[in-house]
Design a protein around this ligand. Structure first.
Ligand SMILES: C[S@@+](CC[C@H](N)C(=O)[O-])C[C@H]1O[C@@H](n2cnc3c(N)ncnc32)[C@H](O)[C@@H]1O
Length: 272
């Protein structure tokens, strides 16, 4: 893996995890799109769109009078986004392979956008400032951007406290940092917005607590089942700690305690 390459890869496990994640966070994204005053006919940019699950939601909201353009570095994800749009009868969504740190090039020839959305992307890129600059350049004056991403990631924890979980959270933060990402990216966004002419209108945090029988438990549970083995393969986590973590998660699934999920921060800004 090279620096900056998406640390979770684009295998079937990650495709399935992203689909589930989009469903579990659908209530939050729907509220965000309402707060951003997204309308029928709007042109939308989905930055780091992955396999296009949110891009399809956005395309349904702007209707065929609008347009959604998705960008992602993974060809597998982009192919999936385009085929998902086709299979669901959405012909006003186009997804293209590209680096979100070079949006000016990727968007060459595109008309300005009314709304840009970047969810769980900036925490993975080595140069988030260039992404914010590209978004600002791509928006119409008065256009809006919503970013949903992490801050205070390390506050994720299990109750009762779990040794293995503390270790795996630290290993995760370390692995993102060593690939150029930042699990605390949210803290840096307000200054980046200001530097690129984006007026910050609203900041809020979404903190989820999940017991074993809550749907939301599937979010941390699939995350660790997908990512902890990858941490072992990267040499960031011992197999015995991975096994202990899976056993601790099983206890929660069986009704012993709960997970405090990592807080998802939401930033809404307007191009001035
Ligand atoms: C956690 S996924 C989120 C996908 C989508 N935004 C969502 O909410 O479902 C992170 C995505 O960022 C993409 N990504 C990471 N770095 C990128 C870069 N430099 N350029 C383009 N896409 C990137 C990955 O390929 C992946 O699809």
């Amino acid at each position: 893996m090279t620096e900056g390459e998406y640390i979770l890869g684009s295998g079937e496990d990650e495709l399935a995890r992203l689909a589930l994640q989009n469903r579990l966070w659908g209530d939050v994204s729907a509220q965000t799109f309402r707060r951003a005053q997204l309308q029928m006919g709007h042109r939308v940019l989905d930055v780091g769109c992955g396999p296009g699950y949110a891009a399809c939601d956005l395309a349904n909201l702007v209707t065929r009078y609008g347009y959604v353009f998705g960008v992602d570095e993974s060809k597998t994800f982009i192919d999936r986004a385009n085929s998902l749009a086709k299979a669901t009868g959405i012909d006003h969504l186009t997804a293209k392979v590209g680096d979100v740190q070079e949006l000016d090039q990727v968007l060459d020839g595109q008309e300005p956008f009314d709304f840009a959305y970047a969810r769980w992307v900036l925490c993975f890129v080595p140069d988030p400032d260039s992404v914010v600059r590209g978004i600002a350049n791509a928006l119409k004056p008065g256009g809006r951007v919503a970013v949903q991403d992490y801050f205070n990631y390390r506050s994720m924890t299990l109750a009762p406290r779990s040794r293995s979980h503390d270790i795996v959270v630290e290993a995760t933060a370390r692995s993102w940092l060593s690939h150029g990402g930042d699990p605390d990216i949210g803290a840096r966004l307000p200054a980046m917005f200001e530097a690129h002419g984006l007026r910050l209108d609203d900041v809020r945090a979404h903190l989820r607590v999940a017991r074993g029988n809550d749907s939301m438990f599937a979010w941390p549970n699939t995350w660790w089942h997908t990512f902890a083995p990858k941490l072992v393969a990267m040499g960031e986590l011992k197999q015995s700690d991975c096994d202990e973590l899976i056993a601790d998660l099983k206890k929660i699934e069986n009704g012993e305690g709960f997970v405090q999920c990592p807080p998802v921060y939401e930033f809404l800004a307007t191009k001035i």
